[in-house]
Design a binder for this molecule. Sequence first.
Ligand code: COA
Ligand code: AMP
Length: 635
Amino acid sequence: MDLASVRTVGAYNDEFTRSIDDPEGFWLDAATAVDWIDPPTRALDDSAAPLYRWFPDATLNTCVNALDRHVEAGHGDRPALIWDSAMVGEQRTYTYAQLRDAVATFAGVLTAQGVAKGDRVIIYLPMIPEAAIAMLACARIGAVHSVVFGGFAAPELATRIDDAEPVAIVTASGGLEPGRTVEYLPMVQAAVELSATPPPAVIVKNRPQVAGSAADYGWLDWDEQFDRAAPAAPVEVAATDPLYILYTSGTTGKPKGVVRDNGGHAVALCWSMRNIYDISPGQVWWTASDVGWVVGHSYIVYGPLLIGATTVMYEGKPVGTPDAGAFWRVIAEHRAVALFTAPTALRAIRKADPEAAELAAYDVSSLRTLFAAGERLDPDTFFWASEKLGVPVVDHWWQTETGWSIVANLRGLEQMEIKPGSPTVPVPGYRVEVVDAGGKAVEPGTEGNIVIALPMPPGTLAGLWRDEERYRSSYLNTFDGYYLTGDSGYIDDDGYVFVLGRSDDVINVAGHRLSTGSIEAVVASHPAVAECAVVGIRDDLKGQRPSGYVVLKAGADLDEDTLRSELVALVREEIGAVATFRDVTVVAALPKTRSGKILRKTMRQIVDGEEYAVPSTIEDMSVLEVLAEQLAPKQ
Ligand code: COA
Ligand code: AMP
């Protein structure tokens, strides 16, 4: 598609309308951005609706699209991946040819361990180039990767091993957090021991900064295996074959294995890089997230490489590594044209450096756009970043399940007015609606459940790993013909979507998605706890944080400080540091409905100092009154 011809006023409306009126034509056109082995003759297979498959008769290899084809087109010397570690003070650049060779060789390592098409591989790695190499190596041989974020502890890793049943785990001796190292190998060992289906092979990238090595555990050393491996050729896969599983928090303790296909994913990401982010081949693009999250999958690894751009992979924090100028340094040194980050990171920078004085030390003139997602971009942060950076600050809304934007300001298509607090308008392919509890469309400006009419566009989840029933019950059964996003919000008279927050028990802490249910399960396992509720309360820096309310068993003899430190340690051990669980309050009783449902929303509203309506189904009003007295914010 010739972008110059569509970047005009009205282009968004034209493209959106075409995506709805003629999805076949729209997505087959978009599919020309991908190099297929067997090109698609049709876009959508709706024969098993409400389960859909995109490009059912096409085949391809995602790794070839991300690497080999750019080398073959003469761009082998172009930087593909720039690794910048503020933690070790090192930078490394891989050209497309170098990255292709490293990926092919590591694919050979996996093949030598018996990993074949369709097999799963768990990747538990910090932000080092090997993470991208391992992901792309899986894609090369048709294996299905499942990346687990390094901030998760052994039991979470074990749950994912049991669900995915991997043939191999690829890991490192550890990660680096400010002031401490995170040793991965004891966690991997504990997870393997906890798991009912331990994987046959564990491959370890040794990092000199972190203790522990493959030899200590009788596992395979990445470097040794790499030196003796023969490069593996790419394998042809169906567009509908899975590329990866990414586990995300649901409302229960058991994470959901979101499955992404190969073909729809490649098409959607290529389309998004050009039309949403306005990025062209050869430009430097930086997503400051982690490969353990969907943002890292789509926009650190696959999106930029699929279109032949240069991606920056940053190991470090927005502040403290070493200061609040860290992001500006990375932009300046690599001449990034766009940065994609979470609002929390911007709030952290603002807190440390309210005037953005650190900016003066860097030339960030290459930066054209700042993209934010992962949580709501609050207007305060929006205005601050807009003023300090002097570039458009563009919010966009999406989820692990969709893999790319549902609602965005499409910078490559039509640069629409930005309304603070809104991620702008539905992306072509997504029919976004707001409905009430009965599934009836609400008036503009009225808050309700945000839903997406089926089918969703290519690139969105193909289902949940080996759990069609849960896929249907979590997303498809609530409102017939619609995908339930789990978010609530409204659409204004101009068609702008405002996302206000989750309507379920999922919370968003520093852009990290967590389930209050899984934290509750850990808290409830403490011997002194009779029952508990965990709710996501407002946090100035992280957007939300989990806060626990605990009823003690009769006769439990321990003071609140001891209980707090034991519960904090327990959650850290069972879920991981990323849960950021620190608040524990002992209460006399929890408010419930007559059917025994804990009134978590009412509790959150009390703690946040919001108006709250007392549900007519409340079991005992006096419990709520006592609690309100205890928890209401002190003036
Ligand atoms: N491996 C191991 N531990 C990790 C980790 C990882 N990859 N990432 C975070 N942790 C740990 C942290 O060290 C911290 O541990 P601590 O309790 O011992 O201090 C804990 O998990 C909580 O981390 P975090 O929520 O990140 O808080 P923080 O205080 O360390 O940092 C910010 C605050 C704002 C700098 C940080 O949250 C941030 O950069 N946020 C942006 C989020 C983001 O990019 N999200 C991606 C979604 S798009
Ligand atoms: P994750 O699956 O981890 O990407 O988290 C997805 C959830 O994060 C969404 O369902 C929203 O609740 C929230 N979210 C992500 N991006 C935004 C945004 N731009 N505005 C508001 N909420 C967002």
